[in-house]
Write a protein that binds this ligand. Sequence first.
Ligand SMILES: *Cc1c(COP(=O)(O)O)cnc(C)c1O
Length: 469
Amino acid sequence: MDKKEFRNIPSVSALLEMPEVSELCASYSRPLVVSTIREVLDGLRESIAGSENTDTDLSPPAILPLVKGRLLERGKLPIKRVINASGVLVHTGLGRTPLAAEAIKGIKEVAEGYCSLEVDLSTGKRSSRGEHIEALAVALTGAEAAMVVNNNAAAVLLALDTLARDKEVIISRSQLVEIGGSFRMPEVMAKSGAIMVEVGTTNRTYISDYRRAITPGTALLLDVHSSNFRIVGFTASVKMEELARLAREFEIPVMHDLGSGALLNLETYGLPHEPTVEESIRAGADIVTFSTDKLLGGPQGGLIVGKKRFVGLMKANPLARALRVDKLTVAALEATLRLYTDSSASTQHLPILRMLTRPLKDIEEESLQFIKELSKRSGGSIAATLEDGASAVGGGSLPGEEIPTKLISISTEKPSAQELSDRLRQNDPPVFGRIESDRLLLDLRTVSNKEDVAEILNAILKIFTGVAR
Ligand SMILES: *Cc1c(COP(=O)(O)O)cnc(C)c1O
């Protein structure tokens, strides 16, 4: 790193002294311009370090267009709609799941004006937000009480802080999961002030392990759903029924962090079993926490359901205010949960369940049509084939289980599959597929409508031919 060109890179303040940069500061905001200049200079430093070329012009006037370019790019890249042809149904990077039309209608209605967020319309008195959601959650899960918060991470944090601050929480070594996005069970536990007591081994934990670890300082037994991994082979785990029995014996509550929170039994639809919230309550869990934007198919949120006594303590925790949901979430979640009160409506109206239960035959027919059309419109120059494959539920649901699907497979040399995928991501709207062994794979299970399928086709033709036909 002793290249002499590094010394020729101007300082941030040298650039800030330019009149053109002052103008930029006036139209964009100074902190944004300063951070953009830093990014550009860092980029130059990196490219100098990685190249032999020593004659790059590093004068401030030569750097200015780079700064302007990056500022423009930033302004042009807000959050936007994308087409998900990756086959991952609960895709956290792409915003988890699409909402039902009913939920969108609910959001629109409360977003446009005022709403009865905390007013009881029959008495005119102050009520609590989330009241209707909580009543629906109770009805759908058989729990005594419920509470809604911003996400499941918040639910777990609030539960631990309320029930186990400065006390011991017993958890199996096989459940010290990291969900991604920095949610790691041992760290959440530490943050809540609970003292983690690990029992058992990575692959085998028995009820006797829990029993031996109980002390007068034990506040909670915790069972965490292994959301995104599976331990296979020589394994043993403790069922919620057993754990609940032990908890009763010692008068300690038991909590189940279910993660995904299925409200319906997916086996009814020929899918693998994912533990439902109701099963967990029935098995004796005192508190169950889960996300509302994973398998449930609603907006981001977390639900805590269980014994009234414990939920009541959580509602009284001052932390609850920091974790409360806004009116948009309330409207969308209420509408989503209402769909579950009629299970036939939920599979038809909830995009996540519609995609999950979409017949293979449908996907096959639509994919074959796509392949035919692509071949026809490219004059036979783009070769795509149909392949058997698997869609993934994602978001910590059904770990290791895959849903059989049909894939459109495009293997191409020029552009390469990677280039094709990159260009599709830059399409408007961006299209996300996936790459496997130099093939671009598109799974139409997660593409919700015909217009989007047509858009993918056009985007590919545009990339290959340079013109849309
Ligand atoms: C996904 C998940 C979380 C975090 O939920 P968010 O709603 O994303 O905050 C926590 N625990 C488990 C077991 C999960 O699967």
